[in-house]
Design a binder for this molecule. Sequence first.
Ligand SMILES: NC(=O)C1=CN([C@@H]2O[C@H](COP(=O)(O)OP(=O)(O)OC[C@H]3O[C@@H](n4cnc5c(N)ncnc54)[C@H](O)[C@@H]3O)[C@@H](O)[C@H]2O)[C@@H](O)CC1
Ligand SMILES: [K+]
Length: 493
Amino acid sequence: MKILNVNQIREMDAATIQNEPISSYNLMERASLAFVKWYEERFDTKKSISVFCGKGNNGGDGLAISRILTGKGYHVRVFIIEYSKDASKDFQQNLEKVETLIQIKSIFEPNAMPDFVDDHIIIDALLGSGLSRPVSGLLEEIIKKINEAPGTIISVDIASGLYVDKSNEKSDTIIKPDHTVTFQLPKLAFMMPQNAVFTGDWHVVDIGLDKKFIEDSATPYYFTDQSAGDKLVKSREKFSHKGTFGHAFILAGSYGKIGAAVLSSRACAHSGAGLLTVHVPECGYEIMQISLPEAMISVDSNRNNITSFPDLESFSAIGIGPGIGQEPLTVRALDQLLEQIKVPLIIDADALNILSKHPDLLDKLPAKTILSPHPKEFQRLAGESVNEFDRLELARNFAEKYNVIICLKGAYTAVILTNGDVHFNSTGNAGMATGGSGDVLTGILTSLLAQKYTPENAAIFGVYQHGLAGDKAAEKKTKTAMIASDIIENLGW
Ligand SMILES: NC(=O)C1=CN([C@@H]2O[C@H](COP(=O)(O)OP(=O)(O)OC[C@H]3O[C@@H](n4cnc5c(N)ncnc54)[C@H](O)[C@@H]3O)[C@@H](O)[C@H]2O)[C@@H](O)CC1
Ligand SMILES: [K+]
C-alpha cells in the first residue's frame, strides 16, 4: 500500500470527484458511511456518542456521521466548535441536513463544554488533513478537555492537531485518540513512534478513491500490509534440493554471548536456507553443536572472540554481528571479511557498532549490504536527529550515500532501500522488544539472502515475517511472556 503526502491526498480527492465522477458532498457521504460501518462492527447502541465538529470537511464528516448514526438508533449529541466564522461548503450542506434531525450545540468558549459520564464515545471531527498550523485558542482548550474526558476517543481520518506528513512540535496540542479511522491510505504520521499516543489503534477504511490516481502517484513511502507481504514469497519447487536454497554463513557470538549465535542460527535454519554454517569462538563450539545439530560449526582459533573466518567460497550469503563484541581482533576480522566478500551481506548489532567506531569500513561495504540497526545503533552510525521524520531523512540519505539497505528497527520497522524508498512494516508488537529478537531477524535475513531473494525483497519480506512470527508468539504466550525463541518457533510461510 502506498503512503501519500498531504498534497497528493488533496489531489486524490479532487481526481476522484472529477474522474468518477462524484460530487464532493457524495464523497463525504461515502467516507462517513465507511466510518459508520467500522463503528457499528465494534460498538452497540447502548453507548452514547458526542461528536465534536470543526468547520472544514473533517467537521462535515462529523456531521454526516452524526446523522447516519442517529438514523441507526445511536444516541448522538453534536457540538460545533465555533473557532472560525468560515465553514466549508460540504460542512454547510451537511449542517442544514442535520439541524432538522438532531439538536446541535455551538461552543464559543471552553466552559461551555459538556460534562462527560464514564462509558461514553467521543468522535473527534475537529480538524483533519487540512491542518496548516498548530491549534491554539478555543480549539486548543477544547482538545485539552477532550483528552481529559473519560471514555473512548475515536478520531475521524487523523487526530485533530496532528500533521499528516511532517513532525509536530513537542508543545503542540493534539487529540490522543484510542482509535483513528483513516480514509483510504495510512498516513506517514502513523508510522512514527513519536506519534503513537496521537494515533491509538489506527484502521484504514476504503472510501473508493481513484485507484488509477493512487497507482500513478510517485511516492517514496510504502506500507507492507499482508497483500504486499504475501506477494514476496518464493515458493519451494517440488524438484528442489538443499543446494537450491543456498548455503548461509553466520558469524556470531563471543564468550557470554553464544546465545546470540544460537538464536540467529536457529532463525536462519527455520527460514528455509538449504545449508547453514555458523562461525563461533572456541567457547561456543559445544553449545552450538547441541543447540542446533542441523548446522555445521566453524570454530575460531580464539577461545572467546571471533578473530578469523574460513574460506568464503562455498557460501551464498553472510550474516555477521550478533554478540560478536568489539575486540580489536574482531574488528580486523570484519575488515578482512569486507575485503573478501563476494556474496550478499547483512550486518547487525556489534558489527554495526564497529562500523560506527571505524567509519572507514563503511566505504568497503558491498553494494546493497543490509544494515539492521535499532534506533540507538543508527544514532551511533549516522548521528543525532531532532525527531523521527528527521531521522528517516537521515537514514534515506545514508542509504543512498553508502548504497546500503537499512532496516531501522522499531514499531513499523522502516526498510530503507538504496534509492531512498521506505517500506514501513505492518507486523510485530511490543512483546518483541526483548533480548535476542534482533538476532532472530539477522538469521531470517541471512537465510533469505542465501535463498536468492534480492536484498530489497529479503529485507522487506524478512522484516514482515519476523513481525508476523512475533504476532503469533504474542497470541499464544502474551506480549509479556514471549521471548525471542518463541518468535523462531512461530516462523513459517
Ligand atoms: N476532500 C474530500 O473529498 C474529502 C475530504 N474528507 C475529509 O476532509 C478532511 C480535510 O478537510 P479540509 O481540507 O476541509 O480540512 P480540515 O477539516 O482538516 O480543516 C478545515 C480548515 O481549518 C483551517 N485550519 C487549519 N489548521 C487550523 C488550525 N490549527 N486552527 C484552526 N483552523 C485551522 C484550514 O483553513 C482548513 O481548511 C479530511 O481529513 C477528511 O476528514 C472526507 O470527507 C473524504 C473526502
Ligand atoms: K479529526
